[in-house]
Design a protein around this ligand. Structure first.
Ligand SMILES: *Cc1c(COP(=O)(O)O)cnc(C)c1O
Ligand SMILES: [Zn+2]
Length: 428
């Protein structure tokens, strides 16, 4: 059950995302869903009583204080926009030192004008993927409430990230559930090297996710998968850094691979909040790209018309779809192991983000992803297969005319080139 500790502020709380429910919970509680209705939770803030910057450019003042760990961190220099943790409880290892690269070579491949295609290379994080943005936030919350053990199910990068934060801080023991044979050696080797207890279970990620939720509930272990609402607070900062790199100008498109749909959900919340706070005047459009072998979101959103619909989305559509998957014994299958997920835990939040950001969803084949990955590599950045779904998806949307040649497009490169060298060598 949820453990409660006294938190010294009531300026942040957990809130059910379902507008017709709206139940709230203290941030001292550990929970991944609403007791009243089972929906996912958001972290919401009492902005009126908090020191919110008047413009995003105010964050630039933090650059002159880079000797302070919280101003150096690419997550925590934006802490005014995720103010749930007292500074002394924040655990940072210098995550989020990532850069936005304009790539004219990749722009040509995608089909947009020179200068318009940007790659946000999250592979530069300490454990080599964007997961560190969210892990720093969830880990800080775990530390706030005094957790001693933290667990996740992982296709590889969440486990590498959790294991790293545990290894550096020695605050918690990491317990990791992976599906059998479903993890690249680059990622598995990180978890082992950082000293995590690594448990392989018979089955795939969806099975591992189910198991870890049961076990952590039963044993009172802190769960750091992206059902954890604090993780998504950290992942909002990827968007803040994109804006920072564009000198606070909003791009036209954010294109991101979709797996468990944590990133897309966090990006939606980031822009929704910035807009509510009057810090941006418009929202970019969102494109979420599935692998064709793990395309639940694509099928539901584009083929069956599932929408958030202000919180009144059609649950039967989802349940029927999952029943069909089960009847056909269909399992997720793609070379992009980081997005090899058929039951994305953040589906409802992602639908909400798609509504807020006038989003689209596409699916790309393994071949399209690997071709795009080779282009990213050839132009000097490199990424893992799943990351290249963003570039392959942008190219597809450009060919369809959904993205215009003159629009500013930001593709998120979610993981480092060296995460999965086997796929790269096999391709070449
Ligand atoms: C986790 C991960 C994804 C999927 O992100 P979601 O937030 O689960 O949709 C994509 N690419 C890489 C490299 C990842 O590690
Ligand atoms: Zn609820």
């Amino acid at each position: 059950m949820a453990s409660t500790v006294q938190t010294k502020t009531d300026l942040a709380h957990q809130c059910c995302i379902q507008p017709s429910c709206g139940a709230t919970y203290d941030i001292g509680q550990v929970r991944t869903s609403c007791d009243a209705c089972g929906s996912l939770l958001d972290i919401l803030y009492d902005w009126e009583s908090l020191p919110v910057p008047k413009s995003l450019a105010e964050f630039e003042a933090k650059w002159s204080r880079r000797h302070e760990p919280l101003s150096f961190s690419g997550v925590w220099r934006f802490r005014d926009l995720l103010p749930f943790a007292p500074p002394e409880k924040i655990v940072t290892i210098g995550e989020g030192q990532t850069l936005l690269h304009a790539s004219d070579g990749v722009a040509r491949f995608v089909g947009v004008s020179a200068g318009k295609l940007h790659l946000q290379y999250e592979g530069m994080n300490p454990s080599g993927s964007f997961k560190d943005n969210g892990m720093s936030a969830a880990f800080s919350h775990a530390h706030m409430i005094g957790a001693r053990r933290a667990a996740c199910a992982s296709t590889g990068n969440t486990s590498a990230s959790l294991a790293l934060y545990c290894g550096v801080s020695k605050l918690m023991q990491a317990i990791i559930f992976i599906g059998s044979g479903k993890i690249s050696y680059g990622k598995l080797s990180q978890a082992l090297d950082y000293g995590a207890l690594t448990i392989q279970i018979a089955g795939d990620f969806d099975d591992a996710m189910h198991r870890v939720q049961q076990v952590s509930q039963k044993e009172g272990i802190y769960l750091v998968n992206s059902v954890n609402p604090f993780r998504l607070e950290g992942q909002k900062t990827i968007m803040f850094r994109v804006l920072e790199a564009l000198r606070w100008q909003v791009p036209d498109w954010i294109v991101v691979p979709g797996g468990n749909l944590g990133n897309s959900s966090a990006f939606g919340k980031a822009f929704h909040e910035l807009h509510e706070l009057g810090l941006v005047d418009r929202l970019p459009r969102l494109a979420v790209i599935n692998a064709a072998g793990a395309d639940t979101l694509y099928q539901l959103y584009e083929k069956r018309g599932l929408r958030w619909n202000g919180g009144r989305s059609d649950a039967a559509l989802v349940n029927n779809y999952y029943a069909e998957l089960d009847d056909a014994h269909r399992r997720a299958s793609t070379i992009a192991s980081a997005i090899e997920i058929n039951r994305p835990v953040n589906l409802s939040k992602c639908l909400r983000a798609l509504e807020w950001m006038n989003g689209v969803v596409r699916e790309v084949t393994d071949e399209q992803m690997l071709d795009a990955k080779a282009q990213v590599g050839a132009h000097g950045l490199g990424c893992e297969p799943a990351s290249a779904a963003s570039v392959a998806g942008a190219k597809m949307l450009r060919e369809e005319g959904v993205i215009e040649p003159g629009e500013r497009v930001v593709c998120i490169l979610t993981g480092h080139q060296l995460k999965d060298p086997t796929a790269t060598v096999a391709y070449h």
